[in-house]
Every structure is written in structure tokens, then in C-alpha cells.
Design a protein around this ligand. Sequence first.
Ligand SMILES: [Fe+2]
Length: 258
Amino acid sequence: MIKTLVQISDTHLMDAPEKRFIDMNPEYSFHSTMHDICDRYHQIDSIIHTGDVAQVAVPATYERYLNYMQALNIPFYQTPGNHDNLSCFPYPQQKKITVIDLDQWCIILLSSAVTGQTDGYIDCEQLKQLEYILEEQQDKHIILGCHHHPLHVESDWIDQHCLKNTRDFTKVLEKHTNIKAIIHGHIHQEAQICFGNIKVLSVPSTCVQFKPKSKDFALDQVAPGYRVLKLHDNGHLETEVYRVYDAQPQINLNISGY
Ligand SMILES: [Fe+2]
């Protein structure tokens, strides 16, 4: 049986659905993205949101997100980003690490967000738990997820806000050969890099996009999108990014930061 995993990220939702963010409506582009996903795939095993659920990170924003996602009747999970509020973030299993069992596959979401910081860090406690989980899940194919990018993407301004303890993280992974991919958000663009045999995959934001390989902050006119991962029982993984042209925002490219 092939499992279908969908990754979305960086919805940057406001505290009210009509409010705008960088000259566009993140609620509208999020919903357009979800419609496109549901039109294209009728059998989805899980949707993973890799962080920055909220731009205005208050309980009302998360409540609206949860209500919308619950109505889709598809299992969904989220891990926080730097824009999220860790004190009211809806961790799916009420802890920083979320473990999702998909038969031959196991998805492990880690929290790389640190209150008050734009860059990321996976704390010791999670890394210890991860070691234990990986020992337990040796017969499964593994996908790891977190918000921040563990490897640089040749964009100076965003690379300074990467995951800061990537070495501690990869040390835990080195002992295992069943880890197939790391999925992340944060960089608002599609990227695919290899770390040994592990694919490191990012996804476009469902709202604004950042220009790839830009030294300084720059927005990109490319449409929002999402990633689909097809997981085969034998550990083979196929993945593709889809763009949602209906959700194309009219953005002001002169904006110098967010
Ligand atoms: Fe973001």
C-alpha cells in the first residue's frame, strides 16, 4: 500500500480571516491550497504543517486553523515555527515531539522553535527522546520534520536563521540507515538537498514566497504551493511540489522584511 503524505507550511494566519499580511490574504491562499490538495487527492493519509501556522499567534488564530482542518476529516499534525506562540501552540500529542504511525513508515515531528528567536534549535530533551524513538522504530522507514532548515540553501539572510544545532541532530541520525527524508518549512521556497542518503526537502509557503539564492531579503512572485510524498512499503519515496495558481497573491516586491 502506498501512503500519501501532504506537507504544507508557513500559513502565517492572522487573528481574523479578512486581515492581510504583506499585501495579501493568507487565509484565502491557505484555503485555496487546501482546496487544490483535496481536489487532486481523495485518499490522503496525513497532512503535516511544518510551522508558522500563525502570523498573529493568539488562541483565536489557532482555533480557526484547527476548526478548518478538523472539518476536512484527514489526520493532520503541526509543529511550531518561529512566528508561533509556544505557550498556546496546538501540539497534536500535547508534547514537543509528535510520532505518527503509517504502517511501514513512521513520521517524527520535532519542535525547532525557540521563544523570541528567529533561528532554530532542537533541545537536548527532544534529541534524547529521538534517540529512543529511532531505536524503537528500526523496522520502519522514517521521515523527520521540523520548521527550520538544517542545511544552508545559499541564501545569506535566511541561512543565518537556520537550525543552529544541526550537528547535534545529524549525530543522532548517523546511527540509523532507515531515515529517508527530513521535511521542513521556514524558507518559503521549494528546495531539495541530500544529506548522505537522506533527502532534505522544503516546501513553498501557502502564502508569500522568498526568492531562492538571494543574499538579502527578497520576495518572489511564484505561486504558493504544497508538497506530496508517496511512501511505498519498501522504503521508496516519490515527491512532488504543486503550485496553486488560484492562490497567487498580488504582492509588493518592494517590501524589505516581514
Ligand atoms: Fe514563515
